[in-house]
Design a protein around this ligand. Sequence first.
Ligand SMILES: [Zn+2]
Length: 59
Amino acid sequence: MTSSRPIHTVCPHCKRPVVALREQQRARCAEHGIVVPMRSVVANAPVPPPLQQQPTPVT
Ligand SMILES: [Zn+2]
């Protein structure tokens, strides 16, 4: 009944959700690369996609 704090597989460094393969003990964090994931609540939102930077006009 209480599913307000679901447990996810997260990066141990930034606590962001990562995708881990079932039979592997490694996952890929967008910020930290290959990490050993841990099961915990998600403390941070996933890394947003990089914003496209506007080209700086040369004056
Ligand atoms: Zn991380």
